[in-house]
Structure formats: C-alpha cells, structure tokens
Design a binder for this molecule. Structure first.
Ligand code: F6P
Length: 333
C-alpha cells in the first residue's frame, strides 16, 4: 500500500493512551514517565487511563503533561492505579473500551502489564486498535523477553528480607522456609535462592521430593549448619505446609515466612528503571514508525518487539541450568 504525504504528516502527531493493568510492579511509573516524555518530544497528546481496562471502559482518562510524571521514576506502584477487570474479558466490555478510545480519538494504546493484560491487548488489536504491550510483572513469566519490569526489584526485595530473617533464625539455630510470589513461575524463587542465597529452593519447574529436601536439612544440621534457608515459590506449595512436613519428619525447628506484597513494593532498582525507560520510549517510537500491534521486550540487552498475538504463546523464562548450578553449589559435601 502506498503511503501518502498526508498519512506521513498525520503520523507525526499522535494521541496515545497509556494504562497499567494487573498486579502493580516497581518500574511501572518509570515506563509511564518514558511514554509521556518521549511522546511529548514528538508533540503527541498522551492520555493516561486510570485503573487499567476498568478505566478504559468508564472513561477515566486524563491528559498527562511533563509535570505529571516529574519525580515518579523512583516510586514503586503505579500513579495510574491498576485493576483486574472481569467485565473487560467479555465482548461487551471490549466493545465499550473501543467506543471510548474512538471518542478520545486515540491512535494507539500502550498497555503496561503481565500475561493477563496482554490477552486484553490482543483482543483490542483484533478489534482494530493499534496496541503496544510493555511487560510489567514481578513474575518474569513472559517468554519472549529476557526480563519483565519489576522482576529485578522483587528479587532485590527478597534478598533484603532474607537477611533480616536469617539474623533471627541464626540466633535461635532455626531454619526458615520463605514463600515468594511468581504465580506458576519459579524465577523469583530461583534468582533469590542464587543471590540471597538460600540452601534449598523449591520451584514448580523443578519439582523436588519434599522428603529429600527434609533430609538435606537434617544433613546440614549434622554437618554443623544449624540455620538453613529454604525458598519456596508459591507455585510449588505453601511455606506453612512445607514447614509442617519437615516438623513431622525431622527434629529440625523450622519457621514459615510468607513475604507477600513486601516483594512487590518499594523503589525500583536501577535495572528496572532503565528497562522501563527504554521500553516506554521505544513503544512510542514504534507507533511513530507506523508499526502496529507489537509487544516489546529485551533480549541480549537489545530492545526487541514481537507480534502482540504471539506474545503470550510461550510463557516460560525459567532456566533449568541455573537450578542445577544452585543444587551443586548449595550442598554441604
Ligand atoms: O502477578 C503478580 C503477582 O504478584 C503474583 O506473583 C501473585 O501471585 C499475584 O500477583 C497476587 O495477586 P493479587 O495482587 O491479586 O493478590
């Protein structure tokens, strides 16, 4: 198709919507800031949509200026708020969102969120909207990108909390089993276990017999290590159940700890701020290049993009070789 002079000209100023959806993640604000600042550098109108797809159906929209994103790169959470919307999953909900975007004359919508949010974005793309997906989830469970925004911060948060837990466990010669988030993905658990570190890690992708893990704890104790740290991914079971199991089968004193939302809040790390900034800016650039319906990510430190319809097909980033390395390095021989 020939691109006319008028279309090229129209391409120069855009009306771009941006929303955050699903679980919040540190670095979402940095991504919003990048979208707004890069958009304004083109002369665009950037429309912030509040409360994710809920706000898209209800018209909770505000034009964002440079001052609206001043001082937010360092803040966790999302200034646009977020939601998980059941209504938006329905064809009626999606049609309502399309009507609203037409009323606001949006040329494109940038969706910052995880797997569920990308499914929503795919639905809007099928209805004719130009949608850009930016992966924002602590879970790191989106396969086409090496990292998702917020994952690095979550791992750093877990590392910090593990130090505090270790202090008190060591004082009592106790073992702790720390449950971390990640839905069905064990990445937060594995990376935290490698770096915090932990003696044992239980992930859904590398199923391990709990009896064998309990024996390792006994072995550690016999070898003089009275304080061992265990990390369990929420997808591999509950800390409370594992502690009960160990208590029933050994004489190891073990305490369950659920880190919960602590790992999802707080200031994003430099790595997350940088990733979010690069992805947010690139999403705007792609829109100006006339590219449609892509999901952005990072691969080998390059910003990449794939068709949004393919972005949820392969949902795992888990590195089994890291798990094996962890096992080799955290046994007492
Ligand atoms: O997807 C992010 C995440 O934090 C998961 O790790 C966790 O299972 C889930 O969201 C918790 O969801 P909610 O915020 O609804 O409690």
């Amino acid at each position: 198709m020939l691109i006319t002079q008028t279309e090229v000209f129209d391409m120069s100023v855009m009306r771009i919507g941006v929303l955050t959806s699903g679980g919040d993640t540190p670095g979402m604000n940095a991504a919003i800031r990048a979208v707004v600042r890069r958009g304004l550098s083109f002369g665009d109108v950037v429309l912030g949509v509040y409360h994710g797809y809920e706000g898209l159906m209800d018209g909770r929209v505000k034009q964002l200026q440079s001052s609206d994103v001043h001082g937010i790169i360092q803040r966790g959470g999302t200034i646009l708020r977020t939601a998980r919307s059941e209504v938006f999953r329905t064809p009626e909900g999606q049609a309502k969102a399309m009507q609203l975007m037409t009323a606001y004359e949006m040329d494109a919508l940038i969706v910052i969120g995880g797997d569920g949010s990308f499914h929503g974005a795919q639905a809007l793309a099928e209805l004719g909207m130009n949608v850009m997906g930016i992966p924002g989830t602590i879970d790191n469970d989106i396969g086409y990108t090496d990292f998702t925004i917020g994952f690095d911060t979550a791992v750093n948060n877990v590392m910090g909390e593990m130090e505090k837990i270790r202090d008190t466990m060591r004082s009592h010669d106790r073992v702790a089993v720390v449950e971390v988030m990640g839905r069905a993905c064990g990445d937060i658990a594995l990376w935290s276990a490698m770096t915090a570190p932990a003696d044992i890690v239980l992930t859904p992708e590398s199923p391990r017999d709990w009896g064998e893990a309990a024996s390792q704890l006994m072995h550690n104790k016999l070898m003089g290590r009275f304080t061992s740290m265990v990390i369990i991914a929420e997808g591999a079971g509950k800390a409370e159940d594992f502690a009960k199991f160990v208590q029933e089968h050994t004489d190891v004193e073990i305490k369950p700890v659920v880190l919960s939302y602590i790992q999802r809040g707080g200031a994003p790390t430099a790595a997350d701020r940088m990733l979010a900034t690069r992805l947010g800016a690139r999403a705007v650039e792609l829109i100006h290049e006339g590219v449609r319906n892509r999901a952005l990510g990072i691969h080998d430190n390059h910003i990449v993009d794939v068709a949004i319809k393919d972005s949820t097909a392969h949902n795992e980033n888990y590195d089994q070789s890291l798990y094996e390395l962890h096992s080799k390095m955290n046994r007492i021989y």
